[in-house]
Design a protein around this ligand. Structure first.
Ligand code: SF4
Length: 303
């Protein structure tokens, strides 16, 4: 049973080792239409549980083997916060991790639970999913178990944000015809304006899902990004294809675009043609555009 996987390289977190808190079987309280894992019964608690000592022992060996690791990512074949000894595990990880950063990738379902908040507050980065702001959409797309309540999740996120000093990142995965309507995005935007996370990652399906649901194109995701409040740091996580037509911007258009929404390096690569990139450099040299880092991602923004 391998609890540790990787390392994987990501620009956001550097070289990261994954820690799977449900290595034997899928255990999740959602049954998302876009899930890449083999379908399994929706559960509220883990019945197949690995002892804390076993996880710590594997992390210790992995850290000896990979001395240049930047981050440990808590994840699961399912939902990692269903792991019943999470608080104790995170305390033990913090004792042995040295300078390595910690993060968790969670579906957000348990964030209203004060015990989960207490545990997650000890991590450097917490990334929670929120695909829908309306109950109908949430039920249709994430298909949660009976004990999961969307309003409680939203309240839990707000309460957690108040007590957490690390990077809170929200992830939204858009699926064609399900959570990409103007109305749904408005509701997400209104909640996120209140929550003020460090960053919002938006993306779409990029691997074959369990059900017949369709991804959005990069341009569609980009258009969605413009519907969010400019104060939110929206990072597009969707892949763009090299064949996609790039835009030709004037300097004024670049400034206007960056006033509406800061763009990441990836966005620039995906959207700007060569001339537009030259204009961007000139605007940076003239101090009309600056960069800021939010939750490890660099954004270009108009001054
Ligand atoms: S929360 Fe993650 S693991 Fe659970 S069903 Fe959704 S995509 Fe799959």
């Amino acid at each position: 049973m391998s609890i540790i996987f990787g390392p994987v390289n990501s620009r956001r977190f550097g070289k990261s080792l994954g820690v799977d808190l449900s290595p034997n079987v899928k255990q999740c309280n959602f049954d998302c239409l876009y899930c890449e894992l083999k379908s399994a019964k929706v559960v509220d608690t883990q019945s197949d549980t690995v002892p804390v000592e076993e996880i710590i022992s594997q992390i210790k060996s992995a850290l000896i083997e990979h001395k240049d690791i930047d981050a440990l990512t808590l994840t699961a074949n399912g939902e990692p916060t269903l792991y019943p000894h999470l608080n104790q595990l995170i305390d033990k990880i913090n004792e042995i991790k040295g300078g390595v950063k910690t993060l968790i990738l969670s579906n957000g379902s348990t964030i209203a639970d004060p015990k989960i908040q207490e545990a997650l507050a000890k991590l450097n980065t917490v990334k929670l999913s929120l695909d829908c702001a309306s109950k109908e959409c949430f039920k249709k797309l994430d298909r949660p178990g009976k004990s999961v309540d969307l309003e409680q999740i939203k309240k839990g996120m707000l309460a957690f944000k108040k007590r957490y000093s690390g990077n809170l990142i929200i992830e939204i995965l858009f699926v064609k015809g399900i959570n990409d309507s103007k109305k749904e995005i408005e509701q997400l935007n209104s909640f996120l304006k209140e929550l003020k996370p460090a960053r919002v990652d938006i993306g779409t399906i990029d691997r074959p899902p369990a059900f017949d649901v369709k991804p959005l194109s990069y341009s569609e995701i980009y258009k969605i990004s413009l519907q969010f409040d400019p104060a939110l740091n929206i990072a597009i996580a969707a892949k763009h294809t090299g064949s996609q037509a790039k835009f030709s911007y004037t300097k004024e258009q670049i400034l206007q675009t960056l006033k509406r929404r800061p763009l990441t390096k990836d966005d620039i690569e995906a959207l700007f043609d060569d001339n537009s990139k030259i204009y961007l450099k000139e605007l940076i040299n003239k101090n009309k555009i600056t960069t800021k880092i939010s939750a490890n991602i660099e954004f270009y923004t108009a001054i």
